[in-house]
Design a binder for this molecule. Structure first.
Ligand SMILES: Cc1cc2nc3c(=O)[nH]c(=O)nc-3n(C[C@H](O)[C@H](O)[C@H](O)COP(=O)(O)OP(=O)(O)OC[C@H]3O[C@@H](n4cnc5c(N)ncnc54)[C@H](O)[C@@H]3O)c2cc1C
Length: 381
């Protein structure tokens, strides 16, 4: 077992940190207030290779491993978790699935510009009545010659307004239940395809989240990803990798909470002493640090298993479950350490709490992660 990062991984971490501090940090507070999408930042991230980190160079990506991706996600999310989720959806939910299951045509036409950051992707599984139970897809895709005709609705879709390409799960054969779900790649601007208004969210406010609608939307059969009936497996396999990205997003928020707490506790005075001299504060900081390290180990383990092409779905669920939990706890403790100043925007930690909460909900709620983990254990021979 080796806990050392490679030269390349250290370099990625450093360049992600430098970019986040120089290009993202100055506007993150304003974008949280205005809920404005970070167009310029995402464009620059693409130019630097951060939007297709794990895609092979032949498909336009940076050809890096999942550990590097985790390191970059932590640095971006430490400064702005909205940027983190935009980056995560493009990397793990869109590019990864297209590289693994797309045809050469799909890779050349869609994956390459996505991996280069010239285009942005979205992943549309959730529906008003199909969230945790994603098997209950009501969006229909009926075959009509060389096309599929889509009708239905998706909701809560990250990058829903600003994406160029959308991976959409829809039912091609109702009688087959979840074995009758398929995945399609749909371009923005396709007639019959629209989106709703940007949701006014508690946190990750500058990322966009909205519903999608399909009314007799014709999609060429070449844009079917993998095979008919493989859409549910596609979604679940893709989400396994996605959960590592969300664990890293949560870790970034938790680390930011700890750093802010250490800094503030050494500055703030009470009862003639800096509050870092009080054991109650010291223990909070120690507890935060231990939990962050444990979460990091879980996340790196899942990433390392994925990189060595071993089974990792249980470990990815564990990493997301624990990292999201401790991100919420760390943000709450950071507010407590900041006292009244923690409750106002100026000191950032209140945003960390608002941003952290979503990591316990999307890409499978914490309850769903526990189902994945317990099923894996109970099914083990
Ligand atoms: C900001 C944001 C961004 C999102 N981005 C995307 C995206 O890009 N693409 C996408 O497809 N979706 C996205 N989602 C949707 C997200 O994945 C779902 O909200 C999530 O999976 C939960 O589904 P739900 O909201 O329908 O809750 P429900 O499934 O209705 O769950 C409600 C509650 O019941 C619990 N519950 C449900 N079933 C069980 C069970 N069997 N046992 C125990 N407890 C259970 C849940 O854990 C939860 O606490 C996003 C959501 C948000 C808020």
């Amino acid at each position: 077992m080796n806990f050392d990062l490679t030269e390349e991984q250290l370099m990625i971490q450093e360049s992600a940190r430098d970019f986040a501090q120089a290009e993202i940090a100055p506007t993150s507070v304003q974008r949280d207030i205005s809920a404005e999408f970070p167009y310029d930042i995402i464009k620059k991230l693409g130019e630097l290779g951060f939007m297709g980190m794990m895609v092979s160079p032949e498909n336009g990506g940076a050809g890096l491993d999942t550990i590097s991706y985790v390191l970059a996600m932590i640095e971006m999310s430490k400064v702005d978790a909205s940027v983190g989720v935009i980056m995560s959806v493009n990397n793990s939910l869109v590019c990864h699935g297209l590289e693994k299951y797309g045809t050469d045509y799909i890779k050349q036409t869609y994956l390459t510009p996505l991996a280069k950051g010239e285009k942005l992707g979205a992943f549309a599984l959730s529906e008003p009545e199909a969230g945790s139970d994603a098997t209950k897809q009501k969006t229909m895709a009926d075959k009509d010659g060389d096309y599929y005709i889509l009708n239905g609705m998706k909701n809560w879709i990250t990058n829903g307004i600003n994406a160029d390409y959308y991976l959409v799960m829809a039912t091609t054969d109702k009688a087959k239940g979840h074995h009758g779900i398929s995945t399609f790649l749909i371009e923005k601007g396709t007639p019959g395809f629209g989106h709703g208004k940007k949701e006014d969210k508690l946190g990750i406010r500058s990322s966009d989240t909205c519903s999608l609608t399909f009314e007799n939307c014709r999609v060429p059969k070449e844009n079917l990803i993998w095979d008919e009936g493989k859409g549910f497996s596609f979604a679940m396999n893709t989400l396994n990798g996605g959960r590592i990205g969300i664990a890293a997003q949560a870790l970034g928020i938790a680390e930011a909470s700890l750093q802010a707490s250490v800094k503030y506790s050494k500055e703030r005075k009470a009862f003639g002493n800096t509050i870092s001299n009080f054991q109650a504060i010291q223990f909070k900081i120690a507890d935060m640090a231990v939990k962050i390290d444990a979460a990091k180990l879980l996340t790196f383990k899942a990433a390392a298993l994925k990189d060595s092409e071993k089974k990792y779905y249980k470990e990815a669920a564990m990493a997301k479950l624990y990292s999201s939990k401790i991100a919420v706890e760390a943000a709450l403790e950071a507010i407590q350490i900041h006292g009244g100043y923690g409750y106002v925007r100026e000191y950032l930690v209140e945003r960390y709490l608002r941003d952290a909460k979503i990591t316990e909900i999307y890409e499978g709620t914490s309850e769903i992660q526990k189902m994945v983990i317990s099923r894996a254990l109970l099914d083990e021979k």
